[in-house]
Design a protein around this ligand. Structure first.
Ligand SMILES: Cc1cc2nc3c(=O)[nH]c(=O)nc-3n(C[C@H](O)[C@H](O)[C@H](O)COP(=O)(O)OP(=O)(O)OC[C@H]3O[C@@H](n4cnc5c(N)ncnc54)[C@H](O)[C@@H]3O)c2cc1C
Length: 630
């Protein structure tokens, strides 16, 4: 007899999300298994980008990925927003604040939190970067300190406001300091300060920095950071934190209102209460199958788990690739248990390490071979983030990631400011209307009079159509419309605008052979050509109307560019008209949303499509979100 099985995953972080997505896909046809994903937040947080929120590069929403949306198409997954505080192993039940959840297999991926090693004052006066609330709090505090510093007349007090100290030079510290440095010019401008008044200092207890990097990469990062004004102090231990200064190990004091503690991580403190054996940093000890050693039904993955892979007792690195590797072991072994197969062992898959120093520069060491810095390193980092969205099957968040990191951003990125969308779109509205009018005026001559494209007179003078119609075999009769017209008047002259007294030059005298071969497939004979010329005219009218009214502008602009390019290749257009391709591309910049029907149409479309695909988003207090699925 088949009995129903419950798989419960606690923690929708990098590890938990990846595991749930894989299990949901692999078990989508198995109606005897239900998966429950529990997280204390209704969204997944992209922790690796917390510094971007803390330094106001992106908004918090840019790194929060809605769980209802992520699982709206997965009928076998219940998404629950609840905080787990205990696991009843005897009754196989997860206990959370708002309910209890029975399990046959449990995957625990509740992550890590900052570790201040008991340093006095960090909790009261310091700032950390462990979750989205920390990042928002830090962002607001930094802005506040610069504002207060800009008003302070006492030089010492002012410097305390404008000194920002990052303790620790690991991933988090380096990325935070780099990001803060990229915010510095904006902050300075906002509060009328000299950017040099704002001082960012990294303090490291050890004699060297950035130990997660190869020493040559670390040296490059140090050189870049120092060159851009970040002070890096080694052999500098912070032993106490106060409201407006910190105590250093050498007995001195350093004035600051902002100490950002990134010097260590430990397992989520919730792990202490779950009753499992813990190792270094409070991490829960697991065996080579990512299971609790005495309970093969409980898997622990990611930052909260410790698998002593290399026998040093340190455990696997607390990085995304470690969380994914453990998640892979967990989902594979749960499937193996369901199918009575042999389990697989954990194998850390570490492809490399990448660190950003602000949005436009970074260092990376990939596949134990390639050292990258600058543009290529940061591009790799972005691509790796994008790959994660593919791994969790989310095209929606992949799209938004690209938009938020490259387009909806004011700061220079790896693409400098070339991609940012903050230009004034309104200026392209007249161009859009003019382009639309151009199509409509062009069509006016195609719908009436002797040159109408709606009669049975062939207007597409393609060689194979002309030959078939006239029976003429000479190539001369098979010239294009453009070259025909040009031949009738003065000799054609190359120019990009119409030069009075000269005939414009066609882009192609005759359709290139490859274009002929393609076109012949779609327009093989006169009957199809007559239908095609009518269809083209109707399409041009629609394009013209869309552009004039600002309706579906992106599509209309794109199609206009394609149409003009096709006309050029068909020998039916002149160099003086080529500007239309570029104008058509330019109006794809959202000019319809700026002034046109797209102001209403695009939001309506987004809402309707979103509803059709993801269902109606419901508040968390409704409880289980599964009931709303389509
Ligand atoms: C600023 C910063 C930068 C980083 N940069 C990098 C980097 O560049 N590269 C890299 O590889 N790694 C980086 N890391 C580390 C990386 O983020 C972690 O290794 C990774 O997030 C671990 O994934 P995880 O699934 O174990 O836990 P997490 O991603 O932390 O997810 C844990 C989840 O559990 C949930 N949770 C916790 N407690 C409970 C509870 N009691 N009940 C219900 N839910 C709970 C949380 O809400 C969270 O969603 C960085 C970390 C930080 C903070």
């Amino acid at each position: 007899m088949v009995t129903h099985k419950n798989i419960v995953v606690v923690g929708a972080g990098f590890g938990g999300m990846y595991t749930t997505k894989r299990l949901a896909k692999k078990l989508k046809k198995n109606h005897d298994v239900t998966i429950t994903l529990i997280d204390k937040n209704p969204f997944m947080t992209m922790e690796t980008s917390l510094h971007e929120v803390a330094a106001a590069r992106v908004k918090p929403e840019a790194i929060e990925y809605d769980l209802q949306r992520l699982f709206s198409r997965r009928k076998n997954v219940n998404v629950v927003t609840d905080e787990v505080f205990q696991i009843d192993r005897e009754n196989k039940c997860v206990m959370a604040k708002h309910g209890s959840y029975p399990y046959d297999y449990l995957v625990l991926g509740i992550g890590a939190e900052p570790n201040d090693f008991g340093t006095p004052g960090v909790k009261e006066h310091g700032f950390v970067l462990g979750n989205i609330e920390d990042a928002i709090k830090l962002r607001d505090h930094i802005d506040d300190m610069v504002r207060l510093g800009a008003r302070e007349r006492d030089p010492e007090m002012r410097q305390a406001y404008l000194n920002f100290v990052v303790v620790g030079t690991g991933f988090t510290g380096t990325e935070m300091a780099g990001e803060l440095n990229s915010w510095r010019p904006e902050l300075a401008e906002k509060y009328h300060l000299d950017p040099d008044d704002i001082k960012i200092t990294m303090m490291e207890m050890a004699p060297t920095v950035m130990h997660m990097l190869d020493s040559s990469d670390a040296a490059k990062a140090v050189k870049y950071m120092t060159k851009h004004g970040i002070v890096i102090k080694t052999n500098t231990g912070v032993v106490g934190v106060h409201e407006d200064y910190i105590d250093l190990k050498d007995g001195s004091k350093y004035p600051t209102h902002t100490l950002i503690w990134t010097a260590g991580v430990k397992a989520s403190s919730q792990a202490d209460k779950l009753g499992f054996k813990q190792g270094r940093g409070g991490r829960i000890i697991v065996n080579e199958y990512s299971q609790i050693p005495d309970d093969p039904h409980i898997y622990v993955i990611g930052d909260v788990a410790l698998y002593d892979e290399d026998g040093t007792g340190r455990g696997q690195p607390q990085v995304v690739q470690g969380a994914e590797s453990a998640g892979k072991t967990a989902w594979k072994n749960i499937l193996a248990q369901l199918n009575n197969q042999d389990p697989v062992k954990f194998k850390g898959n570490y492809q490399g390490f990448m660190v950003s120093v602000g949005p436009a520069w970074g260092v990376a060491y990939l596949l134990n071979t390639f050292h990258l810095s600058g543009f290529f390193a940061i591009l790799m980092k972005d691509l790796v983030d994008m790959i994660y969205f593919i791994e969790i099957y989310s095209g929606y968040y992949l799209f938004h990631y690209i938009m938020n990191e490259w387009f909806r951003i004011k700061r220079p990125t790896l693409w400098r400011r070339n991609l940012n969308r903050y230009g004034n779109v309104l200026w392209t509205v007249p161009l859009r209307i003019f382009l639309g009018m151009m199509w409509l005026v062009d069509c006016w001559y195609k719908v009436q009079g002797s040159g109408s494209w709606f009669t049975n007179k062939l207007q597409l003078h393609f060689p194979w159509l002309v030959q078939a119609t006239s029976g003429a075999s000479s190539k001369a009769s098979a010239t294009s419309a453009a070259s025909n017209k040009a031949a009738q008047s003065a000799p054609a002259m190359f120019s990009l605008n119409y030069d009075y007294g000269h005939s414009p030059m066609p882009v192609f005298d005759q359709m290139p052979l490859w274009m002929q071969n393609i076109t012949k497939v779609f327009i093989p004979n006169k009957d199809v050509a007559l239908a095609a010329q009518k269809a083209m005219t109707v399409t041009e009218i629609i394009l013209g109307l869309c552009l004039v009214l600002g309706f579906c502008t992106f599509l209309a602009g794109g199609l206009s560019a394609v149409f003009v390019a096709i006309f050029c290749l068909s020998g039916m257009n002149y160099w003086v008209n080529v500007w239309m391709v570029f104008a058509a591309i330019a109006v794809m910049n959202g000019s319809g949303r700026s002034f046109g029907l797209d102001m209403w149409f695009v939001p309506w479309l987004e809402k309707t499509l979103g509803k059709a695909r993801y269902g109606v988003m419901r508040p968390i207090y409704y409880g289980n979100t599964n009931s709303d699925k389509k």
